[in-house]
Design a binder for this molecule. Structure first.
Ligand SMILES: *Cc1c(COP(=O)(O)O)cnc(C)c1O
Length: 475
């Protein structure tokens, strides 16, 4: 009993002693270390790093550990914390998943031309809402309207923050308190937060579901028409497909029905494909131009899916409907900023030359790149990793990539990947090390191998990628 008590007492004294040796924030700041840190980093960040490090040492001591606590001993930890806090939290990474429009990884990456236009526009004042010819106030969307009209064939266009907002403002403008007819086969959920029935509810429109999950006929729409019908809405199934015994009503037929009863028709396309990608193996994705041509009154699509631009929601269609949307006060709450406008304008301008667009808009390039070129890139990565051949089995393997972003779920694009099977660590450990590295590499695991899909690795990233893989093996 006495022994236990004296032991306890001894521990207690040890802990007290260690705690008393922990330098205070003030001591750290006044030391030569502190002077150096304050000279190179913001005081707020130095203070945060000091408090954090000292606190974590205190916790270690209280939990029974005996860490070195002199300033010399903890200065490395403090410095690491300072570096961590003074860096950005939003950072580039290497997408080796093969998913081109990866929503979690920022969807589309911008073309050089779009980036340049953003930079020049952001650096200077601009005619964002200023009409140079008259010296009067101009409209934010007039600068981009013409090129969108020219490319899509639509009478008019307006742009909001994203496609979810585009759908919402359409419903709010045309169908508040009234019924919107939608096929049960098109009540989609896109990536969690966009669900057609819920957007409908949020807008105050009343969802009138028709048909069944697999089959909806024109007469289903017809039978649902009533005095309170405000809109016929078609929604692109985007991230899923109903196959087998199915039927949906093409937008042409809805347009005909709508015009008979004087009810507008909206088509939410989701992706917004501007170039016919059939020859690249992309079937069944209607282009914006085709849908506009059917006479649909309103067509909505995303800026950062197949279009390959910044996050935005495009609304194109008949002038009288777009004008009505322009007058909706909600538009102000959904308006895009000048940087989005600049990158969107540049992206659209690139579509004026389709051949160049396919090469220079990264999303389009990655979607349509010939598989031999992808193979070449995979081989280049593979060759640079030769030095690791005693630590892993490495090979170039054929595989399949995905469009992503809720686009073209049924299409697998043939690709080539570098497959890495590590000898001494698990494949999960390798995946984790790459993800947590100084410049993160996001890859996928398949059949117990790590796959680096060369489709989404940019040429300029290869050097970095190789260094990251080598580092992941070096511990
Ligand atoms: C992606 C998608 C949306 C949402 O678009 P965001 O730009 O992500 O807001 C809406 N409808 C459809 C059909 C989509 O595919």
């Amino acid at each position: 009993m006495t022994t236990t008590r004296s032991l306890c007492y001894k521990r207690h004294m040890e802990i007290r002693h260690l705690l008393s040796q922990l330098p205070s924030v003030d001591e750290c700041l006044k030391s030569s270390y502190g002077e150096r840190w304050l000279a190179s980093f913001p005081r707020k960040i130095v203070l945060r790093a000091l408090r954090e490090t000292i606190d974590s040492k205190r916790k270690e001591i209280l939990s029974g550990k005996t860490p070195e606590v002199s300033l010399d001993a903890i200065s490395n930890d403090i410095e690491a914390a300072i570096k961590k806090h003074s860096g950005y939290k939003l950072n580039p990474l290497i997408n080796a998943t093969g998913v081109v429009i990866h929503t979690n990884l920022g969807r589309s990456i911008l073309s050089d031309r779009a980036i340049e236009h953003v930079v020049t526009t952001a650096r200077s004042y601009s005619n964002l809402e200023y009409e140079i010819s008259t010296g009067k106030r101009g409209k934010r969307y007039s600068n981009i309207k013409d090129v969108i009209k020219e490319l899509t064939g639509a009478e008019d266009a307006v742009v909001v923050n994203n496609n979810a907002a585009a759908v919402l403002i359409c419903l709010d403008t045309f169908a508040k308190g009234q019924e919107v007819i939608v096929s049960r086969g098109e009540l989609v959920e896109i990536g969690g937060s966009f669900r057609v029935p819920e957007v409908m509810k949020a807008s105050g429109a009343i969802l009138r579901e028709v048909g069944t999950t697999n089959k909806t006929h024109l007469h289903d729409y017809e039978n649902a028409l009533c005095g309170n019908t405000a809109l016929l809405l078609k929604v692109h199934q985007s991230n899923y497909r109903v196959i087998g015994f199915t039927e949906e009503v093409p937008v042409e037929k809805l347009v005909k029905l709508g015009s008979e009863f004087n009810i507008p028709v909206a088509d939410d396309l989701g992706s917004g494909c501007m170039i016919d990608l059939r020859e690249y193996g992309v079937q069944g994705e209607p282009t914006v131009q085709e849908v506009v041509k059917t006479g649909a009154d309103i067509v909505t699509f995303s800026g950062d899916k197949l279009l390959g631009g910044p996050q935005a929601g495009l609304i194109v269609g008949k002038e009288k409907f777009i004008q009505k949307i322009q007058k909706n006060p909600l538009l102000r709450a959904m308006r895009i900023d000048k940087m989005t406008l600049a990158s969107l304008e540049a992206t659209f301008m690139q579509y004026l030359n389709e051949e160049k667009a396919l090469k220079e808009i990264p999303t389009l390039r990655m979607m349509t790149e010939p598989v031999e070129i992808i193979k070449k890139r995979a081989k280049k990565i593979y060759t640079s990793l030769k030095a690791l051949s005693d630590r892993a089995m490495i090979a170039v393997v054929p595989d399949e990539s995905q469009a992503g972003g809720g686009s073209l779920p049924e299409i697998n694009f043939p690709t080539f990947a570098v497959s890495i099977k590590p000898n001494n660590i698990s494949v999960n450990e390798l995946e984790k090390r790459l993800r947590l590295g100084a410049s993160p590499v996001i890859a996928r695991i398949k059949d117990n191998a790590l796959l680096i899909d060369a489709r989404t690795v940019q040429e300029r990233e290869i050097k970095d990628l190789v260094r990251c893989v080598v580092t992941a093996f070096s511990d």
